[in-house]
Design a protein around this ligand. Structure first.
Ligand code: AKG
Ligand code: FE2
Length: 355
């Protein structure tokens, strides 16, 4: 394992007690430790999660095979235009991960310059979800173009779904919010609204990079309950230090199977800010070893999202009671996603959001 960075100040939680232990007291103690860690920065590393290094490597091999296909093959499953859910292939220069409106951008901490709102992310990605979700229907390239890809990715999606359920249960247990509300929040996470997104950030000739405007992904929060992120050994992901806004921890790759959990807007709202939305970004690392080009990178976020009719009502029991009242508005998941999508994608026509 190689990595330019050696340490991370974001805590890493070992979830093996949650994955393996039958002892409720052991599980509860770990759930509380987990919630307290995530409370600080809205994010943490996780190990002991049950997804093996071999499996992660296999997933990145499939991802690389997919992105190595000719563009016209990848474009056989294009991400639909308009405000539809994320599915299919998005080529270079289609998405900008910006946050909300210009006004909100201006108030953001971080590296965003006035112009970076106009920059598009230099990456390509492919969004996949549950085959049973009728609104978020999957868009596949023909199987003969990459035999085995579809089956692998679907199995991998459900493997991550099982992990996401364990993570959600642990967070809910540690939050100690009242039972009716907890049961409701759990019930709106069916798994079918989740999505996995293999991403490829290509190498770029350093001389072509205008570091003011070209990004791999500027500072943003995810519009999810939370995201579990797998990455290859190339660095770039950075997570905001909430104690020093505007400064970032490197999400290091020195532990190959460490995933990063980042809290998204929905859980931020529902916990009344106790589990705060994580601001994160992906910076383009400098070329290594005298090379003129930056290293390529692959990552794979697994986005955990609730049903679109789910109501995000800020809670005031358990840990959420420790937070001040009045910061968050009650809204449905669909309302929030619609709001975010308006600013996320280029080429949005007049189509209505379909969720
Ligand atoms: O590629 C990464 O490491 C992060 C990507 C990300 O934050 C996102 O897609 O929301
Ligand atoms: Fe993100």
């Amino acid at each position: 394992m190689t990595s330019a960075e050696t340490t991370s100040t974001i805590p890493t939680i070992d979830l093996s007690a949650i994955v393996q232990s039958e002892d409720p007291a052991v599980r509860k103690a770990k759930a509380i430790e987990f919630v307290e860690a995530v409370h600080v920065h809205g994010a943490c590393g996780i190990v002991g999660h049950g997804i093996s290094v071999e499996r992660l490597r296999e997933a990145f091999k499939w991802s690389e095979k997919f992105f190595n296909l000719p563009t016209d093959v990848k474009n056989k499953a294009p991400h639909p235009k308009g405000m539809v859910p994320h599915r299919g292939y998005s080529g270079f220069n289609t998405e900008k991960c910006l946050i909300y409106t210009e006004e909100e951008l201006a108030s953001m901490s971080g590296e965003l310059s006035k112009d970076s709102g106009k920059a598009l992310d230099f990456k390509e990605h492919y969004d996949i979800g549950s085959e049973e979700e009728k609104v978020h229907y999957n868009l596949w390239i023909p199987d003969e173009d990459l035999p085995g890809f579809r089956n692998f990715m679907l199995d991998f999606f459900w493997e991550f779904e099982s992990l996401s359920k364990l993570v959600l249960d642990a967070l809910l247990e540690g939050l100690e919010i009242d039972k009716a509300a907890t049961d409701y929040y759990r019930s709106i996470h069916t798994g079918h609204q989740n999505g996995i997104r293999p991403i490829h950030y290509p190498p770029i000739n350093e001389s072509m990079i205008d570091r003011e405007s070209l990004t791999w992904c500027p500072t943003h929060t995810d519009f999810t309950s939370f995201t579990l992120l797998a990455q290859d050994l190339a660095s770039g992901l950075e997570i905001e230090d909430r104690k020093n806004p505007g400064t970032f921890f490197k999400a290091t790759t020195d532990i190959e199977d460490r995933l990063y959990l980042t809290i998204g807007d929905h859980m931020d709202t529902w916990t009344n800010g106790y589990l705060p939305g994580s601001k994160h970004r992906v910076v383009i690392p400098p070329p290594k070893d005298g090379s003129k080009v930056t290293p390529k990178r692959f990552s794979m976020p697994y986005f955990v999202t609730a049903r679109h009719d789910g109501v995000l009502e800020p809670q005031h029991t358990g840990k959420a009671a420790e937070m001040p009242e009045g910061k968050y508005k009650k809204m449905t998941v669909a309302e929030h996603i619609e709001f975010r999508m308006k600013y996320q994608y280029t080429d949005i026509g007049d189509e209505e959001a379909s969720s």
